[in-house]
Design a binder for this molecule. Structure first.
Ligand code: SAH
Ligand code: SF4
Length: 446
């Protein structure tokens, strides 16, 4: 890193953990160049938006912020505004941003995330808007500096892109085909993170179960977990997202056998009706999904299972939706991210007939959320009396003697304890379960 500060940067992330990690890489490049982070837009010399286009809501927030930044740029013409991420990666969107928001200086996509320094140079040399969106073919670039917030948790990408083409989803179009990082590069990065004090590592990919398919020397995701599990000092290993279709028996066995790999399964279900799952091109049906959940619960009792569910996919009837509610009741997910389907231009579903009216979608999402909330609360209440290993992540905002941490199953726990326990794994007895967290009490430990 250079010693001299040449300005401040402000990053706004819209989107998933993958976008968050992209932001850490972009921040790393800015810091290498001498920029320092700021939380104030008005104090920034560079404002960088890391965007997402998977759902309409995130996209609309980007347009809102870009509009508001116009004024700031008028007051401070030397301010550099950059837009990166999935959004400009969509056909014509980059050009569109350039036309609609002339105060934006640099527009680039996820495939040139590693080239921020060059893009800045080009902007500074030529004084014109730089629009540079690479296509999705891309290779994997190693060695990009990453700036992570200090703490307990860290994100590590294991693969980029997706080959699945679920019919509603824009990701394969904007993030390109699957590319895996080499196991040795991932092992080295996790080792470095562990030496730097990070204890809870999440491996990222759109479909981590496809990991390694195109590598020269064979290594599948289960093999990768086994290799990482041997790293001394690593406390917890997580991964997201795994596709229910590809969750093999081998992988379940490896998760069960590896001490560091956490017993939390995020298995996006999307819908509970065979008819809709087929139209979504998910590659499994409701029986397959229920069977997978049963296998996991049989092999790993106490595992938590979380999911993503969408309502209002084209052609979703009341009967289809009832099947989603039914499967939610059967599986009793620990928590669920719930979404209202929205059209993503260019996807196959965008051309499907049978659009569900907005008010029906709203009614369905409300019913779904109400049901899932009851289940989350009941599951958490059932944990009362259990003693769970909690990795302490920090103190609560208003009380340094009230700690917060996570169980291996990724439940948030609050309990009284001294701040010097931050970073330690301690036994906590759960006294009460609430909808989104647990209250507990520190047990004696030696
Ligand atoms: N790779 C992950 C999902 C990434 S997108 C997987 O396969 O599970 C995260 C979630 O956004 C998806 O699981 C889906 O529930 C939701 N989503 C994706 N496209 C959507 C759309 N067009 N409308 C509404 N929700 C969508
Ligand atoms: Fe999208 Fe499906 Fe790929 Fe997930 S698996 S990123 S939902 S296409």
């Amino acid at each position: 890193m250079t010693g001299q500060t040449i300005g401040n940067y402000y990053i706004h992330v819209f989107g998933c953990q993958m976008a968050e990690h992209d932001a850490e890489m972009l921040a790393g490049q800015l810091e290498e160049r001498g920029y320092k982070p700021t939380n104030e837009q008005t104090a920034a010399d560079i404002i960088l938006l890391v965007t997402c286009c998977v759902r309409e809501t995130a996209e609309n927030k980007v347009w809102g912020l870009l509009g508001r930044l116009r004024q700031l740029k008028q007051k401070k013409p030397e301010l550099i505004i950059a837009v990166s991420g999935c959004l400009p990666q969509q056909a014509d969107v980059g050009e569109n941003i350039k036309q609609r928001f002339p105060h934006v200086d640099i527009i680039f996509g996820t495939h040139n995330n590693h080239q921020l320094a060059q893009l800045l140079n080009r902007r500074q040399q030529y004084g014109q808007t730089v629009l540079d969106i690479h296509s999705g073919a891309g290779t994997v670039t190693e060695g990009v500096p990453v700036r992570r917030a200090p703490g307990i948790k860290a994100l590590v990408t294991v693969m980029y892109g997706c080959n699945n083409f679920c019919t509603y989803c824009i990701v394969p179009y904007v993030r390109g085909r699957e590319r895996s990082r080499k196991p040795a590069d991932i092992v080295r990065e996790v080792e470095e993170l562990v030496s730097a004090g990070y204890q809870d590592i999440t491996l990222l990919g759109q479909n981590v179960n496809s990991y390694g398919k195109e590598l020269d020397s064979p290594c599948d995701f289960a093999d990768l977990l086994q290799r990482l599990n041997q790293i001394t000092g690593l406390e917890r290993l997580r991964y997201t997202t795994s596709h229910p279709r590809d969750f093999t028996d081998k992988l379940i066995a490896v998760v069960a056998a590896c001490d560091q790999v956490c017993e939390n399964f995020h298995l996006p279900m999307q819908a509970g009706s065979d008819h809709i799952l087929k139209k979504m091109n998910r590659g499994y049906n409701r029986a397959d999904y229920l069977n997978l959940v049963e296998k996991i619960r049989h092999k790993i009792p106490g595992a938590s299972i979380t999911t993503d569910i969408m309502v209002g996919f084209p052609g979703e009837t009341e009967a289809d939706f009832k099947e989603t509610l039914d499967i939610v009741r059967r599986v009793k997910f620990d928590s669920a991210f719930t979404f209202v389907y929205n059209i993503r231009q260019g996807t196959l579903a965008a051309k499907m007939s049978g659009a569900v009216p907005a008010e029906v979608k709203t009614s369905r999402i409300q019913q779904l959320i109400t049901l899932q909330n009851e289940i989350s609360l009941a599951n958490n209440r059932n944990l009362a009396g259990a003693v769970m290993a909690v990795l302490v992540e920090g103190t609560t905002k208003n009380n340094p003697d009230r700690l917060s941490g996570r169980t291996r199953t990724n439940k948030l726990v609050f309990f009284d304890g001294k701040p010097d326990l931050v970073g330690k794994t301690v036994p906590v007895r759960i006294n009460a379960g609430h909808m989104t967290y647990l209250d507990g009490e520190l047990m004696n430990f030696g």
